[in-house]
Design a binder for this molecule. Sequence first.
Ligand code: ADP
Length: 536
Amino acid sequence: APSPDDARRILDEIEDQFRLPKEDLMRITSQFLEDFALGLSEYNHPMAMIPTFVTGVPDGSETGTFLALDLGGTNLRVCEVELLGNHEFVLRQQKYKVSDALKTGEATTLFDYLADSVDAFLTEFASAVPSSPSFEQPNPFGSPTLSEEPAVPLGLTFSFPVEQTALDQGKILTWTKGFAAKNAVGNDVVKLLQDAFDRKHLHVKCVALVNDTVGALLSRAYTGGSCVLGAIFGTGTNGAYVERVENIKKLGDSPARQRGGHMIVNAEWGAFNNTRTVLPTTPYDNKVDRQSINPRLQGFEKFISGMYLGEILRNMLISLVDAAPKPLLFNGRSSGPLNTHYGLDTAVMSEIEDAWETGRVPVVPVLDSDAAKSNTNGIAAEELASVPDWQSAFFTEVDKLSPDDKARLERVQGIIVQRLALDPADVSLHDAAVVRWATSLVANRAARLSGCAVAAVLVQTERAKLGGGFATDEEKICVGVDGSLIQHYPNFNARLRESLRELVGDEVEAKVEIGLAKDGSGVGAALCALQAIKQG
Ligand code: ADP
């Protein structure tokens, strides 16, 4: 085994690279605000600050039945959403796989697949719930459509950067999150979809284009009564917030700008740090970026989101397996998953932290979807588990560990053996302690950086001052969130909040209510389709 000194030096160095003290958080948030300002005044800035042409936020009284199609995450989703008008909704959905071949092939093939999925949904899954109270009416979605019947309105949730020019119009700027379909960038995404519907003679009309962040904001506002920021922490990360139109300088003298008021802006904050190096980058991050399909793009996203966290950890673990002068993990042995690009899913990190935390702190009540539904939302401030505390386990003889600590490390060990397909003989309890430590370094950094993005929006909208000391008179500041990371990753929300507290002070942080935007993409798209129909 390596001497404790060698090990300590190497691990200390790594830990140092992942540290994010308050000064760094402040500097990063300031840069965020500068980029917000630049993106609001000019087109083609990496922080795209995309005007969405959504000028109102729902209050929960909206009604109607709509189709929604959601592309941009791990799955393609087709939903039928019935808004009941009392902050509640009924949603039926079906998920469809999007293969890598579809993601990177011809755009028309991808959009034909979307149309086929909608067709399949209408045939197999759409409910018999008519949009009007009369149950005598034929199913507006499932029955063969008569030509004089109005087309079924559909809202498209498209979670990629789009330069939107109207509620139902927007050019694809670039792909992210593993998509790279050819002949799509530069084209109107609504037209690509509508053409596919028309090719297949589907009686469906795409009336609204909405980003998943905007969907999160709208759906949270619908269920909770208000919302200032919709944020995603899933495969990718991004946020949309309510901005004063006056501040969206790049709209110039356009009618939208002249009307004034408020408009939801999709920040595309995943692209933060594309051009500047304000984030503390490690060799593991550089490797993730280099080997990604979009090097030098989506800089912030690569530090934060589910698609990349497991990959950062995998790179770190491999470097520990290969450490000189002696291996620091797994007797110097690797495995299939460890050697495979994206072979370590972020969900495994969740499992590792869960196994470690269980029985140690009160089990974290993560985001509660039922709470979001019943309006008692808000995520209880979770007790924050102390982050890197590996030393105790690493430098303590295993036989000196308390039985509880030993049991917890054994659970971690079991997950490592299983998920990384390692020989149990190569995974010691020390190894388990190191892997748990490495896992929490990566996740802790992600959560703290996520806090910078939220803080930047609060400062931008004059609800907070960077560094604290200023509180808005609003009683609560509602934030709608969605994504597996914030929903399921132990302590992610608590760590985010801790960072937020350091950035905007206790007083403002305490007013922030982070709640799940349940089915944000579906309900948000429905609310947007409704808005589009109203606007005529
Ligand atoms: P999307 O953002 O694609 O709509 P999700 O919010 O489910 O979908 O995010 C999927 C991403 O979250 C994947 O990158 C996956 O690795 C990660 N993930 C899935 N389950 C978990 C989990 N339990 N904890 C943390 N990350 C997870």
